[in-house]
Design a protein around this ligand. Structure first.
Ligand code: NIG
Ligand code: FE
Length: 402
């Protein structure tokens, strides 16, 4: 059993949790000042004001946490962090006027990272993954979703899913990793259509790996030039048969009715959503599917941002992820990304914090964390400052103790 006493603040998100992470107002942060918490390996046993600390726990050794604050654990619910090489050349090209889709058409983009990734060994890619996870964890982020998808062919794509599984095992004590299968990321050269690649590689490999129980979710890039509506339906039907939840990169460059499609298949989340129309927003608001926004990608690509207020005001459950990847967001700190996005998105503090804790956890199907409440998982982030106001104000400053 562990006892942490005298936090300046515990930001419990209790009321945000009671509202299912929707329609939040600032007081839904449910902050307790001068607060303490008791927990064991499995669950939170008590949380409250230190003045009310229960007599039964007085005998235990306590850690003094004055001058610190406690949050439900920070979650990055969208990364592509196992990749080889970088795309600094493309970033330079874009600053000099070229567009993301234009670069992709001339052999750059996801395909170029696939090629670089294919030249690295399993060990090299694993080591890169370790380095990146350590760095992300050093910001105070304790749960990270990782998507495969730079594999180019069946063997390499299989290897990537196995590498993510190795990373999950290696970091189990320290960082919780979720393994998302995203072989449907781009169509490699040599296939005449996205359907051919789906039928020859994506679906057979999914069926091959699924029995190992190592895939937590299935994702697809539904976009012009990548995968079609029919491809999504085919993949989601298979994932449903295999009892693996689905997700989707939806409505990023065009309104493809991707949000509606995700809701139809009970997706854990639909992500990007820069061009989602009102029907999609309404469908999300009345579903369990999390609305995941990726503002870092908008900043990095220099494009418009999603209309966050439209989703928030409609009652959607909004999360923010980093989308950390070599091409469209080479930036791995979701706390900093959310801090920078909040004024632009016009998010209040409860919306902001829920988006990278409670709602981000739900985007990964993790419903026993994201709130500091009796009976929930003891997954926390501690910051060395005495007020919640400091964290998102100091963009990029690291207050983490991890
Ligand atoms: O989420 N949209 C598809 N995948 C990534 C981009 C990956 C890349 O450019 O390498 C994204 O933005
Ligand atoms: Fe992505």
């Amino acid at each position: 059993m562990q006892v942490f006493r005298n936090f300046s603040q515990i930001i419990t998100l209790d009321s945000a949790f009671a509202k299912d992470g929707r329609n939040l107002v600032p007081k839904d942060l449910s902050i307790i000042s001068n607060a303490s918490v008791v927990f064991d390996d499995k669950e939170i046993l008590w949380v409250g004001k230190d003045i009310d600390f229960p007599a039964q726990y007085q005998v235990l050794d306590a850690k003094d946490c004055s001058g610190k604050i406690l949050f439900p654990e920070l979650v990055d619910c969208h990364t592509h962090l196992v990749f080889g090489g970088d795309r600094s050349n493309e970033y330079a090209m874009r600053l000099n006027g070229a567009g993301y889709e234009e670069i992709a058409k001339t052999g750059g983009g996801i395909i170029s990272t696939m090629k670089k990734t294919s030249t690295l060994s399993r060990d090299e890619l694993f080591n890169l993954g370790c380095e990146r996870i350590e760095r992300i964890n050093s910001y105070g982020i304790g749960t990270i979703e990782i998507k495969s998808g730079y594999g180019l062919n069946l063997e390499k794509e299989k290897e990537l899913t196995l590498i993510i599984d190795d990373l999950k095992k290696k970091f189990a004590e320290k960082v919780q990793i979720k393994n998302t299968y995203m072989a449907a990321h781009a169509v490699p050269p040599g296939f005449s259509s996205s359907k051919d690649y789906l039928d020859d590689v994506v679906i057979p490999l999914l069926k091959d790996l699924a029995p190992q129980g190592i895939i937590d979710a299935v994702d697809i890039f539904y976009e012009k030039g990548y995968f079609t509506h029919e491809d999504c339906e085919e993949l989601f039907k298979v994932s449903k048969e295999l009892k693996i939840p689905c997700k989707g990169h939806m409505d990023e460059f065009y309104d493809n009715k991707g949000a509606l499609l995700g809701v139809k298949y009970n997706a854990l989340s639909v992500d990007h959503l820069l061009n989602t129309d009102l029907d999609g927003i309404k469908a999300l608001a009345s579903s369990k599917t999390v609305t995941t926004l990726l503002p870092g990608t908008g900043f990095f690509l220099g494009v418009n941002q999603a209309n966050a207020r439209a989703f928030l005001d409609a009652g959607c459950k909004v999360a923010i992820g980093s989308d950390y990847n070599p091409g469209s967001c080479h930036w791995d700190n979701v706390l900093m990304i959310a801090s920078m996005a909040a004024p632009k998105y016009e998010m209040n503090l409860a919306e902001l914090w829920a988006s990278i804790t409670l709602n981000a956890a739900h985007a990964l199907g993790l419903t026993s964390q994201g709130v500091i409440k009796k009976g929930f998982s003891p997954r926390f982030t501690i910051f060395a400052t005495d007020s919640v106001d400091q964290i998102t104000y100091n963009w990029g400053k690291n207050f983490s103790l991890s």
